[in-house]
Design a protein around this ligand. Structure first.
Ligand code: S3P
Length: 433
């Protein structure tokens, strides 16, 4: 499938975007190993989370999907999972694989975790190494999936200094820590999303935080609870960008998660001159949410603060679009992790933007983007949902139509993306390749 995006004048509009992917994955996994029922509302019925849902069901957890966004999980307790019939296929999802590995190395049975072409080329030593220190036995293909996790290991708590700022690695170690003897601690080099800690807390687990150190005592019981999933700021980011770079638009995105470990995109865009405000900030369960108002703005380039990288880690593709639409040059540094996401996101965005007439200089862990005007052209998603959506948003503000190829993968995180852009009056068609 491909998108054909025709440059469009935007409407003022109020829109919603689907539920948060990180929170939805965690609700499924933690709800499954909790005792009692977990009711989830606002669940993201995207392919990544549906892969996690199917994996938990194949380990014997009863999960009812009452409608697309409401699910009921009957938790089986820490030791209640059963051996799956075959390999667990986690599709495109690094979060599913890394968090599930942490949870599965504490089980009595063996399991195999695999995924699509992108996922089986993503680095797993970052979890194999600390989990191995805890006593887990995990085989891989030279650090790449499939992972074979041998059950029956006696895990021991560790004190682990994370070498990279990664919420997936932090969460994998903390989940294994639930199965370990004694205390497990992780120390983060920079703050990363804390949805695991918050959800464990609402399920009755004592999680201690002191500075950048997060600790959990093993063998605590999780209690099922209600989880209300906020709309995903990482999906709202595409709407934010479309509105910001339009000639004239005033858009409200409702009920979006604004957990401070996720809001780097807002800080970065505001520093570039964006008119973004958070209206009616409130709490939805354990997660802060707000309605986000965005008005078209003249953006200015500059250096992007490296301290904000881990707080905006998934938003760099769309931030490259902001930089391309800004006046002057924008310098990104300390973003080497982007090269091991669903695609090499620095290379993918540099190549897509160059095709659209933007001058981009790449370095191993950064890029310099020179602001300009988007021409039309045919660009590639590289099988990466966020690249596809970022380039589609650029197309809405281009001088000629933009075709984005290989876009079916958008359903991993943002089902309804085209309808959402259409609500802003963006002319986006889905065509066969
Ligand atoms: C996620 C953590 C981030 C992010 C991913 C979701 C999570 O990955 O890129 O989309 O839900 O924990 P890393 O921890 O690898 O940075």
């Amino acid at each position: 499938m491909q998108f054909q995006v025709t440059p469009s004048a935007l409407n003022d509009a109020t829109v919603t975007v689907p539920g948060d992917k990180s929170v939805s994955h965690r609700a499924l996994m933690l709800g499954s190993i909790a005792e009692g029922r977990t009711n989830v509302s606002g669940f993201l019925a995207g392919e990544d989370c549906l892969a996690t849902l199917a994996a938990m069901q194949s380990m014997g957890v009863s999960i009812e999907q009452d409608d697309a966004t409401d699910i009921t999980i009957d938790g089986v307790g820490l030791q209640g999972l059963g051996m799956p019939d075959g390999p667990l296929d986690l599709g495109n999802s690094g979060t599913a694989m890394r968090l599930m590995a942490g949870m599965l190395c504490g089980q009595a049975f063996d399991s195999v975790l695999t995924g699509d072409e992108s996922l089986i080329s993503r680095p797993m030593r970052r979890i194999i190494s600390p989990l191995g220190t805890m006593g887990a036995r995990i085989d891989s293909r030279n650090g790449l999936p499939p992972l074979t996790i041998h059950g029956g290991s006696a895990l021991q708590g560790i004190d682990y200094n994370l070498p990279i700022a990664s919420a997936q690695v932090k969460s994998a170690v903390l989940l294994a820590g639930l199965y370990a003897a004694g205390e497990t601690s992780v120390v983060e080099p920079a703050v990363t999303r804390d949805h695991t800690e918050r959800m464990l807390g609402s399920m009755g687990v004592a999680v201690n935080k002191s500075g950048n150190r997060i600790s959990v005592e093993g063998r605590q019981t999780l209690k099922g609870c209600a989880v209300q999933v906020p709309a995903d700021l990482s999906s709202a980011a595409f709407v934010i960008l479309a509105a910001l770079i339009a000639d004239k638009a005033d858009v409200l995105i409702e009920n979006v998660g604004v957990n401070p470990t996720r809001t780097g995109i807002i800080d970065i865009l505001q520093a570039m001159g964006a008119d973004i405000s958070l209206e009616q900030p409130r709490l939805l369960g354990q997660e802060p949410v707000a309605d986000i108002r965005v008005r078209s703005s003249v953006l200015h380039g500059g250096p992007v603060a490296p301290a904000l990288v881990s707080l905006a880690i998934d938003e760099f593709p769309v931030l490259f679009v902001a930089a391309a639409a800004a006046k002057g040059k924008t310098t990104f540094s300390g973003i080497g992790e982007l090269r091991v996401k669903e695609s090499d996101r620095i290379a993918a965005m540099a190549s897509g933007l160059r095709t659209l007439g933007i001058n981009v200089e790449e370095s191993p862990d950064g890029a310099v983007v020179h602001g300009g005007r988007f021409s039309g052209g045919v660009v590639e998603s590289h099988g990466d949902h966020r690249i596809a959506m970022s380039l589609a948003v650029a197309g809405a503000n281009a001088q000629e139509p933009v075709t984005v190829r290989n876009v079916a993968v958008v359903d991993t995180s943002f089902p309804g993306f085209c309808d959402c852009l259409a609500a802003l009056n963006i002319d986006i068609q889905v065509l066969a390749e």
